[in-house]
Write a protein that binds this ligand. Sequence first.
Ligand SMILES: [Zn+2]
Length: 249
Amino acid sequence: MTGLTDAHCHLQDHQFWGDLEAVIQRANTFGIRRFIVNGTCPKDWERVAKLAQAYPQISPQFGVHPWKVEGLPESWEEELKSYLFRYPDAGVGEIGLDRQLTQAPLDLQETIFSKQIKIACELKRSCTLHVIKAWDEISNPLRENSPAKLLFHSYGGQGVGFSRSDNYFSLGGAILRKNSSEKIKTLIRSIPADRLLLETDSPFQHPDGKDNRQEPAGLLRVAEKVAQLRGITIRDLCQQTEKNMERFL
Ligand SMILES: [Zn+2]
């Protein structure tokens, strides 16, 4: 196995400021060699950019997370574009709509989301999406402007189908929390092999609860669970998800 990719994490988060080098080394020890690091707001984009400069293993994404749409500086769209110009391989993420875990008004979330989708289309970039209980709402802007490739992060099985060949679905720590649920087993088996990705969402989504810091080394546990529930070897799973990642990037 040449190495696994953590398809979605936030290594710019303050929880990693003290020991990022050790975190990355630990992940490497477990075979995790590439990290897709998603920005969440203009305040953290520069740190994401610096990490991408410092670590060739980090692929940056820049975007405004649906929880952070309030109080944006007026220049946020120009800033976002300038980061995307600086990093021609970067995608737009983490962006989306959330009707459950945030107080941010949905209409503002929709406005900011649509603007980012437009930018992604203009600059021909992929998008990483966070969608919680807003599958109907997310469909319309995506019909109007559809970026080339979409990654539905921490996919929970609702909403979009698998018909579009350039949609990808990544599974994370949440599946370990509900490991006995039939729904989760059905979900994991339902994703077509060529669209499946694996993520940790570090430092969030630790399988033992939100008071623990997740880190990319935890990806192996996710991979083991997915392989077990799909009835394939972990080697086959990792080869497949890496192939998928090459297509996504
Ligand atoms: Zn995230």
